[in-house]
Design a binder for this molecule. Structure first.
Ligand code: SF4
Ligand code: SF4
Length: 200
């Protein structure tokens, strides 16, 4: 199973992923035109920042089974079997918002979408960049993230990296000087500056 895996400790809150998502779902797919389109495209990934500028890029997990799909009364949500992505039929969405109430991650937002002629705001959730996946390209958010906070790949391979990192940290906490993969200097420096500012 392939997914976009989040490494929270690497997120610096730059929001490049949000911009890439909005551009990808726009009509022009052009950064300089996206804000002037009749129905501007909004991101479907949400970077939330809390104390000390710690941030978390929150994105649809394309759960299986998916609570949003289970509660939708009009079957507006369905799964693409080839990629496992949970998709929305905008014409079927009746704006009841029960999907948003059921989603444990709070990622569903309602927006106008260019695919509808009317101005109704419908469930405009992440579609996993399904068009890109069919072209063997990775989702736009993962491509845009330059710190490795969003990585696309086989979930078990990505979890294995996390497990190796945790093991290394545990061993080091016991006093060993074993060296493992370190946070790149530029990310560490950026986080240190932001933490200093937050503590002023
Ligand atoms: S692009 Fe990466 S580092 Fe920047 S906000 Fe998004 S997840 Fe965080
Ligand atoms: S919208 Fe929420 S409940 Fe539905 S698949 Fe995505 S994360 Fe899961």
């Amino acid at each position: 199973m392939k997914t976009v895996f989040v490494r929270q400790d690497r997120c610096v809150g730059c929001r490049h992923c949000e911009i890439a998502c909005a551009v990808e779902h726009s009509e022009s797919k052009d950064l300089f035109q996206v804000f002037t389109e009749e129905k501007p495209s909004h991101p479907r990934i949400h970077v939330e920042s809390v104390d000390n500028y710690l941030s978390f890029p929150n994105r649809c997990r394309h759960c299986d089974p998916a609570p949003c799909m289970q509660v939708c009364p009009t079957r507006a949500l369905s799964r693409d079997e080839a990629t496992g992505s949970v998709l929305v039929s905008y014409t079927r969405c009746i704006q009841c918002s029960v999907c948003a109430m059921a989603c444990p991650f709070g990622i569903i937002t309602f927006q106008q979408v260019r695919q509808l002629e009317s101005d109704r705001e419908v469930n405009a959730k992440c579609d996993n960049c399904i068009g890109r996946l069919s072209e063997n390209r990775i989702p736009a958010c993962a491509e845009a993230c330059k710190t490795g906070a969003l990585e696309f790949g086989d979930v078990n391979d990505l979890i294995k990296e996390t497990r190796a990192d945790l093991t290394m940290r545990l061993i080091r906490s016991q006093g060993s000087d074993i060296q493992g993969p370190a946070m790149p200097d530029n990310i560490r420096a950026y986080k240190a500056v932001m933490e200093t500012i937050a503590n002023l």
